[in-house]
Design a protein around this ligand. Sequence first.
Ligand SMILES: Nc1ncnc2c1ncn2[C@@H]1O[C@H](COP(=O)(O)OP(=O)(O)OP(=O)(O)O)[C@@H](O)[C@H]1O
Ligand SMILES: [Mg+2]
Length: 272
Amino acid sequence: MSASVETVILKIGGSVITNKDSNRFEIRRDEIGRIASEIGAARAARPMRLVLVHGAGPFGHTMVTNYGIAEGVGVPKGIEGFVRTHNSMQDLNYVLMCILRDKGLLGFPIQPSACIRQKRRELISFDTAIIAGLLDLDDGIVPILYGDMVLDESIGASVVSGDAIVAHLAPALRADRVLMGTDVEGVFEGDPKTDPAAASIPTISAENLDRVMESVRGATTVDVTGGMQKKLIEIRDKLGGIGVKIFDALAPGNVERALLGRQVGTEISLRR
Ligand SMILES: Nc1ncnc2c1ncn2[C@@H]1O[C@H](COP(=O)(O)OP(=O)(O)OP(=O)(O)O)[C@@H](O)[C@H]1O
Ligand SMILES: [Mg+2]
């Protein structure tokens, strides 16, 4: 037990670990392997309690879109879509866990649909005690969660995004830092994929938050959980007291730098 070391939550977007741009069900094993090595190197240099959350890419977003279940499962084949989307996310998670295992990390998958319930697509309960217990047992264990489909009290079942999981988990675990790796360098004044001239925003504070929110949109890819815009809303609404970095996890070295507390991407600190 070592409750004195930092608790860090690292989210790796579906845009990093899958071919989200081309909307193909392909896992970027090389990127996951590189990220696992960087996690190992950072932890060797700086002990920390680490929770990993990963996104979905097509394994979640495209499944939900194809089955038409973003607003609930009361549609033809809705239940099949719910189960198949969950299965698809478990497939992605299993491959990721195996790659982490091959790199010597003690990744411990936690099935979000077994500990989270929602109502009207909002998270209403999340039993985080087991995740805290795993970290207390030994901080070499890395609990891994992921975007998933979960039971929803009003619409049967709904998507919980990796971002929403992070936003709930960080305060519950009293995390010191939240790191969100995605496929762009950070937050820009416009979507850098459609507006290459958009200026990057190095820091977001309570002072410029409203102005930033006006310029940020979702994602150009298939994304049922609101892309960058919803990511920032989750951070604004739930992570006000915790330092967050949004950075490019496809750039080699960035995950390690972020874990070591070095400067990467956009830094968000909303403490007043
Ligand atoms: N102002 C902005 N600054 C940065 N990115 C933006 C902005 N507006 C829109 N985006 C888009 O947001 C995307 C990142 O969000 P997205 O939800 O697709 O990634 P992710 O969370 O890493 O993936 P997943 O949801 O599958 O886990 C970028 O690829 C970019 O195109
Ligand atoms: Mg996203």
